[in-house]
Design a binder for this molecule. Structure first.
Ligand code: PLP
Length: 582
């Protein structure tokens, strides 16, 4: 059994509790927020007349309308009782769990004021809170909060798009300069090399060339006609222009395919790096892909590594990717590195404290290396325990935050109060930022409470793994880096296809049983071949299918760190599983 008193302190005080144990004082906090809001409205423009008179509020017509609304609210309330009960520790299905009290209160309080963080004109306070919350997240992942830039998004998908958007602008700046050099002075260039000179060399070469803004704009692929641009690049590089590529590991989230589609890359340009037997980014494979892009004269728009894969919570060797990119940088090849830490970024809160010891040393190094990447995606609405919809996109420095063609110097652009110029989304809520801010101000994003709480979720995964292994010898576990447990059910020697069949059937039966919620995931040999080989070998099975069906449990609920909860519910979970094994 896990023993983590610090984590319990955090979960007990910062969550409502599965039985609404903290209801009394939470009601008081909500009440105080409402009263304060009512008073704030009354305190402004005190001489203005009341718009809804007491007599009107007592009229029959008015009361009828009030009743109509009350009725509709009751209907909604009743409907919501059929909603998935993600608050209970029995819910270990997808990447969602109970939200924290600071997040809920921060979200609610801000909702009442309804700021629009698109611009300071309509979010005088919301925008400031957003900047402060971004600085907190920057500190958590190891960026210098004074240099890092970022904003909240509608989720991880949009945050990943933000990275591609910026990487595309950076590439376009560099290629425009090279194209301008060719067209005005006949300087032939290699697109791979020209696209990766990095900001310092770009500034220096631009100054040296004396190219003015209008000339660069005339050579921009973002601004110009894409077909003309292709022909011009073909002439300038002496080889057919085939566009950039985006390198992602095979364990990436579906949002990357969407990004390739949205940014017009063509799925051909969406290169999958192979995975090792652990299901993590294979660095040898990365080298080969970079070499191929270089060979083919195609820029690498960005390399993505994943900290906390959606399927299994695996943490890629981010440090290894950084080391390789640093070595290339020494040769003058500066490739954008984005870390998709939508799920696992909050594990950075464990670093530097006792909490980190429940991670493998290699995973600690990987999480620590996010600080070296150009940009990162975080999803506070996952392991930040913040309500939907709340993602975040951050860059290590202001130059990486540029999201413009050549109209305005990027420093001015980033410093502006109008975020809309730097965000894919237009109108944006301040609620997610405030939920994150209030979490940072109370629980904090350090190893002390938050990190201990996340450590307890990993210990819960370990406790489940031991208990399942002891009770069900046919359970075959995937390697696990964090708080997600994936396993299949296979008898010694049997074929993968048979195991898939059994695991799938058990999942269907579990789905029909309200006692616990788990999820199912299917891995394909196209991405996970090495892992699948090792997995099937663990029961001497026959590798006869290109798919691997798995039961998946995501342990986010903080109350599993309570020994009473674990004592009561873990055996019940094992029993449920055994019942459905057939
Ligand atoms: C969840 C997730 C996303 C997408 O985030 P949304 O908030 O669902 O848009 C992207 N990448 C990873 C690794 C994720 O786990």
């Amino acid at each position: 059994m896990s023993d983590n008193p610090e984590a319990r302190f955090a979960s007990d005080a910062y969550f409502l509790g599965p039985k609404s144990e903290n209801a009394a004082w939470v009601r008081g906090e909500f009440q105080a927020i409402l009263d304060h809001w009512f008073d704030w409205r009354r305190s402004l423009f005190t001489d203005d007349p009341e718009a809804i008179s007491p007599e009107r509020r007592l009229s029959t017509e008015f009361l009828r309308e009030r009743e109509r609304l009350g009725q509709a609210v009751r209907i909604l309330r009743e409907k919501l009782c059929a909603e998935v009960p993600t608050f209970t520790p029995r819910y270990v299905g997808h990447m969602v769990s109970e939200v924290s009290l600071p997040a809920l209160l921060g979200h609610f309080a801000t909702l009442l004021h309804n700021p629009n963080n698109t611009s300071r004109d309509v979010a005088r306070v919301g925008g400031v809170i957003e900047d402060e919350a971004i600085a907190m997240l920057a500190g958590m992942v190891g960026y210098d909060p004074a240099l890092a830039q970022g904003h909240f998004t509608g989720g991880g998908t949009v945050a990943n798009f933000e990275a591609v958007w910026r990487a595309r602008y950076r590439m376009d700046h560099c290629l425009s300069l090279a194209l301008q050099g060719y067209e005005s002075r006949g300087e032939r260039f290699d697109a791979f090399e020209a696209a990766h000179i990095g900001w310092d060399a770009f500034e220096a070469q631009r100054a040296e060339s004396g190219a003015i803004e209008a000339e660069l704009r005339g050579c921009s692929g973002v601004l110009g006609n894409p077909f003309d641009y292709g022909e011009r690049l073909t002439r300038a590089t002496g080889r057919p222009w085939r566009g950039p590529v985006l390198i992602t590991p095979g364990n990436k989230h579906f949002s990357w395919r969407k990004a390739a589609n949205v940014f017009g890359l063509g799925e051909e340009a969406f290169w999958n790096a192979p995975l090792d037997a652990q299901g993590r980014f294979d660095l040898g494979g990365l080298d080969a892909l970079i070499a191929r892009a270089r060979d083919e004269g195609r820029p690498v728009l960005a390399i993505v590594s994943v900290a906390g894969t959606t399927e299994a919570g695996e943490i890629d060797p981010v440090d290894g990717v950084c080391d390789r990119l640093d070595a290339l940088r020494a040769e003058g090849i500066d490739i954008w590195h984005h870390v998709d830490a939508a799920y696992g970024g909050f594990f950075c809160s464990m670093l530097g404290g006792a909490a980190e010891h429940c991670l493998e040393p290699g995973r600690v190094r990987a999480l620590g290396a996010i600080a070296r990447a150009d940009s990162v995606t975080l999803d506070p609405h996952k392991l930040g325990y913040v309500p939907y919809a709340c993602g975040a996109f951050l860059t290590r420095d202001v130059r990486g935050y540029v999201a413009s063609s050549f109209q305005a110097p990027y420093i001015d652009r980033a410093a502006t109060n109008d975020k809309w110029a730097c965000t894919l989304e237009g109108s944006r809520t301040a609620s997610g930022a405030a939920a994150t801010w209030l979490t940072g101000r109370s629980i904090g994003f350090g190893p002390g409470r938050f990190g201990d709480m996340l450590r307890s979720t990993i210990e819960t995964r370990m406790a489940f793994q031991s208990a399942i292994a002891a009770a069900i010898p046919d359970a075959r576990f995937l390697p696990a880096d964090s708080n997600i447990l994936c396993f299949s059910l296979a008898r010694p020697g049997e074929a993968l296809s048979q195991s898939n069949q059994r695991t799938g059937e058990v999942f269907t039966r579990l789905q029909g049983d309200p006692a616990f919620s788990v999820s199912r995931t299917v891995m394909s040999a196209q991405s996970y071949d090495a892992l699948m080989q090792a997995h099937v070998a663990s029961w001497d099975g026959e590798y006869d299918s290109d798919q691997l069906v798995l039961l998946r449990c995501v342990f986010m609920n903080p109350f599993w760190s309570n020994p009473d909860v674990e004592r009561a519910l873990l055996p019940a979970f094992i029993e449920t599983l055994q019942t459905h094994l057939g």
